[in-house]
Design a protein around this ligand. Structure first.
Ligand SMILES: Cc1cc2nc3c(=O)[nH]c(=O)nc-3n(C[C@H](O)[C@H](O)[C@H](O)COP(=O)(O)O)c2cc1C
Length: 208
């Protein structure tokens, strides 16, 4: 095997993270800018943390272009809320447009052609074309530095979930109808059109 230390250029570490942790789920985070316009951006360093309270976490890194914090964390630290929108195959092209680095305050719904939808318990807007929305209130964060390549964890408590009726069957989310998309290495996006099923071996099952 080849072995590498991780104390060199952060870009090498980044390539190992994105090439090994696969496929990664994608949180498309919508927040409010200071002037009330909408910021939208995808984040694949994203996971579930707790079911009760319902907590999710994602990791925006410091921008490698200018060493500054991305607009999403900047908005979350001020507004204390955000929406996680999920990605179906049918909207990947539009979601990709929201990853463009734009001047602060440019409305990313306008740029992407996605449609803003008012939330019910927070002010940040949801993406109408996305089939699942989590309305989140900021909980806490951990920061690992201020240089390009440094990341941070931001957690949010999900206060309300919304799901498109077509993909909700008897209390379960139908994966085929959801048609979720993950992030791969480089420019790859990963479709979930092939799965295998194995019997669960744990004693207690939440899902039967
Ligand atoms: C599918 C996808 C996943 C991404 N995941 C991350 C991520 O986990 N962390 C990150 O810092 N940037 C990630 N990016 C890049 C950000 O989306 C990009 O820097 C964006 O411009 C940030 O926007 P903001 O400044 O409005 O927050 C990802 C981009 C794409 C297309």
């Amino acid at each position: 095997m080849k072995s590498f230390n991780t104390d060199g250029d952060f870009k090498n570490n980044y390539k190992f993270l994105i090439g090994s942790i696969l496929p990664r789920p994608i949180a498309v985070i919508s927040t409010l800018n200071e002037d009330g316009s909408n910021n939208v951006a995808p984040f694949s360093f994203f996971t579930a943390v707790s079911a009760s309270p319902m907590i999710i976490a994602f990791s925006p890194m410091i921008k490698s272009s200018n060493g500054q914090m991305k607009d999403t964390p900047r908005n979350i630290f001020r507004e204390k809320e955000f929406v996680v929108n999920f990605v179906s195959e049918s909207i990947v092209d539009k979601i990709n447009l929201t990853s463009k680095e734009l001047a602060y305050g440019e409305d990313e719904f306008l740029i992407s052609g996605l449609t803003p939808l008012e939330s019910e318990v927070i002010k940040a807007r949801r993406i109408k074309e996305s089939p699942i929305h989590f309305e989140c209130v900021y909980r806490d964060h951990l920061s690992y530095g201020d240089e390009p390549g440094c990341g941070q964890i931001i957690t949010g408590e999900v206060k309300k979930v919304h799901i498109s009726e077509e993909l909700y069957d008897e209390g379960r989310i139908n994966t085929d109808k959801f048609s979720p998309v993950g992030r791969g290495a480089g420019n790859d996006w990963i479709l979930c059109d092939h799965r295998i099923e194995l019997e669960r071996l744990m004693g207690a099952q939440i899902q039967k």
